[in-house]
Structures are given as C-alpha cells and as structure tokens.
Design a protein around this ligand. Structure first.
Ligand SMILES: *[C@@H]1O[C@H](CO)[C@@H](O)[C@H](O)[C@H]1NC(C)=O
Ligand SMILES: *[C@@H]1O[C@H](CO)[C@@H](O)[C@H](O)[C@H]1NC(C)=O
Length: 417
C-alpha cells in the first residue's frame, strides 16, 4: 500500500514506521516479520532466477512424438537421395507420401513437428530452409549470430539439417558476396555437425553452372562446403534468348547439359542431386503457329527480355483440367493456351539419367502438386504414378544395410552406423 494513503488515513504526528506498525498491529501481525519475509522472498526469487536461467538454456527439448525414437536424427550420411520439398503443413497429404522412397523432406515456409515425427518414423530426414538475405554473407558477425539461431531451431525441433535456397543474383564481379555465401554455408555445416554429427546441409543452385539467372555462385566452393548441391532443373525458360515463345519447363537435353556443366566444374556426381518439377507452365498465346509455336508476352527477367513469367505455374493436379480442354478442343476466352509440363513418362527418363550419371539422387519441387484428397480415378492414378516413378534407392540400401558408413569425400565424417 502506498505511504500517502496510509498517512491520509492516519494523519498523526508519527513517523511512517510508527504508522506501519500500527496498521500491522491492527491486522494482528508483527511488521518486522512481514518486512523480513517479503525481502527474503524477493532476494530468493532473484537468486533463483539468476541460477536457473543459464541451466534452462542447456535443458534438452522435450520430444513431442508419440514414440520417443521418432525424435532421433537419421544417421546415414551416404545414401542416395529422394529429396522432396513440401510447401503445406497438411497431415492428410503427408500420410500419402511413399515413405519407402523419401530420404529427405524439406519444409518450406512452415515447421511442424507432426512431419518431423512422421519422417523419422520412416527413416527419412526432416529439414527446413535456412532463410537468409545477402547482407548476412559479408559480415562475419551476422553470419555467426545467424548460424546460432539456425542451430537453436535445429536443436529444438529435432531437425536433420538445413537447405539453402538463396536464389538471389550474384554478379560475376561481386566476389565479396560470392565468397561470403560460400563461407556461410561452410561455417553453418561445421557448426551443425559439431553438435549433430549426422546433420546435412544442401544448397539449391540454378539448372546450369554458368551464371544462369545472374547467379554467379562459387559452385565448386559450395559443393565442397555442403553435403551436396540441389540442381533446380526447372523454370528453365526464365531467360529466353531466342524468339519469345513458350518452351518446356524442364527440357531433357538442357537438363543433361546443365548437369554436365557442374561435372565440368570438377564437382563430383556424388555431390549433385537432380531436382525436377511436379508442376508446369500455362501460357496464353498471342499467336499460335502451325508448328504449335506459342508466342508469348515479353516479360524481362535478369537481363533477358523474355521469360516464363508470361505464363503461370500450374501444379500437376490441375493438368487433368488441361486434358479436358484438349478433349473439348479449345482454350478459354478464344485465346490459345499452351501448357508445358512433366508427367511420369518424362520424369522417368530424367530420373534414370540421374541414376546412370551416378548422381547423389533426385529431388522434387513440390510434393503438394498432386491431388491427394481427390476421389477422381484419374487423380488417384496420377498420385500413384508420380510416386511410383521415383527411384527406389532405399530398397537397394536395404540390401546393403549391414554396410558401414563410408567417409564423406572430404574426410569429415567417418562415423559407423
Ligand atoms: C564439358 O566439357 C566438355 C569437354 O571439355 C565440353 O566438350 C562440353 O561442351 C562441356 N559441357 C558443358 C555443358 O559445359
Ligand atoms: C491458364 O491461363 C489462362 C490465360 O491466362 C487463364 O485464363 C487460366 O485460368 C489459366 N489456367 C490455369 C489452370 O491456371
């Protein structure tokens, strides 16, 4: 109670101490005891907090999975990858994945322990994207605190690593940015594996190594700093240099050329995962030639006058609508539309190429492109086909499951499984 009020009630010529004593007497307690008690309690709380606070930081997070084993991180660091990006926290979709094939699932734009538990239950890694902006690259201090933050998240959510999806431009003469990015990846992986020996770090790179989309990254350095690069062999019409016409999202000859450009840069095939699309592009044609060349609006991208930005991305699940258009034999609003997309047939050829080239594996952007909840026979078939077409590296692995873990190419990991 504030003193002022007490004095207002007891306007006597006595000191405040005397006033308090009187109040305490009225309440039947000894003022000295109350004062001592309150002071000791406050001091106790302060000391307790000071003691417990640093201890709390070291307390391991509590596993929320139904089975505590599902919080254990995946230990195999050498197996081939089926590397899947998931964009939506939808548990009813996750259970439809073919978990006998997935080796890593990347949560994009969300973080959900439900998926972490499910992935671990099936022996797959769960990772997130280490969201980063270029200003972090060039400052050692910023890199350090960024890494500390990522480590904390990996720790608290029982994650198996990080994926870098920077994608911003780095021009050929921006050496500070280029080397800063590589340094960040190297330092992140070093810090991660120190705490979590089996954690994996991957970096998403353009379809080709030669500065595609103004991304003059240090690909060799990144490949050495990370566990592997994820080649984004899609959006490959982002810079159309010839006539401004629609083209395939992931044309096979150029996919091979792109992979070759990384191999030419002395990057081991074991450090390359081939990323392929479960989506395509829908273009509205300004004109459609007899040869089916669809002229599109010229929308510039990174130094080139024409790009796939003229179309809109459509997931594989909406492509069944396209089949309906085909049957009807016309586009909407009198405009001709041209849809360029991959299906199980075209994907199978590219998966096989990745296997034959001895790459680290394949990956997909993105798992939610399928109509998991649809009861349409066509959609059910599509979901089944898209998953069964993926390579089954884990079956091969099951045959070799007594094999010891090989050292990583840079000798950084000689752990036995
Ligand atoms: C890779 O190197 C070979 C041999 O030097 C060359 O013929 C080929 O054009 C290169 N390919 C790419 C995509 O860089
Ligand atoms: C395809 O593009 C046309 C023209 O821009 C548009 O009207 C249509 O809604 C698009 N279809 C899909 C499935 O995105």
């Amino acid at each position: 109670m504030p003193e002022k009020d007490i004095e207002a009630v007891q306007p006597l010529q006595k000191g405040t101490r005397e006033t308090r004593r009187q109040w305490c007497k009225m309440a039947g307690v000894d003022f000295r005891w109350v004062a001592a008690c309150v002071s000791l309690t406050l001091i106790g709380i302060a000391i307790g907090y000071w003691l417990i606070k640093p201890l709390g930081a070291g307390v391991p997070p509590i596993c929320p999975c139904e089975n505590l084993h599902f919080c254990n991180r995946i230990k195999d660091t050498t197996r081939k990858e089926v590397f899947m990006f998931s964009l939506r926290a939808t548990a009813t979709d996750w259970v439809r994945y073919d978990w006998t094939k997935v080796t890593t699932v990347v949560m994009v734009g969300y973080l959900d322990m439900g998926l972490v538990c499910l992935a671990h239950k099936h022996g797959a890694r769960a990772v997130i994207i280490g969201d980063v902006t270029a200003d972090v690259f060039v400052s050692p201090d910023k890199r350090k605190s960024w890494i500390a933050k990522q480590l904390d998240v990996v720790d608290r959510y029982f994650l198996d690593g990080l994926n870098f999806d920077f994608e911003g431009p780095i021009l050929p003469d921006q050496f500070d940015l280029r080397d800063g990015y590589t340094a960040l990846v190297r330092e992140t992986r070093a810090a991660l594996v120190e705490k979590f020996p089996f954690a994996m770090v991957s970096v998403d790179v353009a379809w080709g190594a030669q500065g595609v989309d103004e991304r003059s990254y240090d690909n060799q350095g990144l490949a050495a700093a990370a566990d592997f690069l994820f080649i984004m062999a899609y959006d490959m019409q982002s810079q159309i240099r010839g006539p401004c016409v629609a083209g395939p999202n992931s044309p096979f000859p150029r996919v091979m050329e792109g992979v070759q450009s990384y191999l030419n840069a002395s990057i081991s095939p074991d450090r390359l995962v081939l990323g392929l699309p479960w989506y395509g592009y829908n273009y509205s044609c300004l004109a459609l030639s007899k040869e089916n060349e669809c002229s599109i609006r010229a929308i510039p991208f990174r130094g080139v006058y024409c790009s796939d930005a003229a179309g809109n991305e459509i997931n594989f699940n909406t492509i069944s609508i396209v089949h309906l258009w085909k049957t009807l034999g016309r586009g909407m609003n009198g405009h001709s539309l041209q849809v360029r997309y991959d299906d199980p047939k075209s994907l199978k050829v590219k998966y096989q190429y990745a296997i034959d080239a001895g790459l680290r594996g394949v990956g997909v952007w993105n798992t939610e492109a399928l109509a998991y909840s649809s009861q349409e026979p066509r959609d059910i078939w599509d979901v089944h086909e898209m998953w069964t077409t993926l390579p089954d590296f884990r079956q091969n692995q099951r045959h070799l499951n007594n094999r010891k873990h090989l050292p990583r190419p840079d000798g950084s990991d000689t752990v036995q499984g």
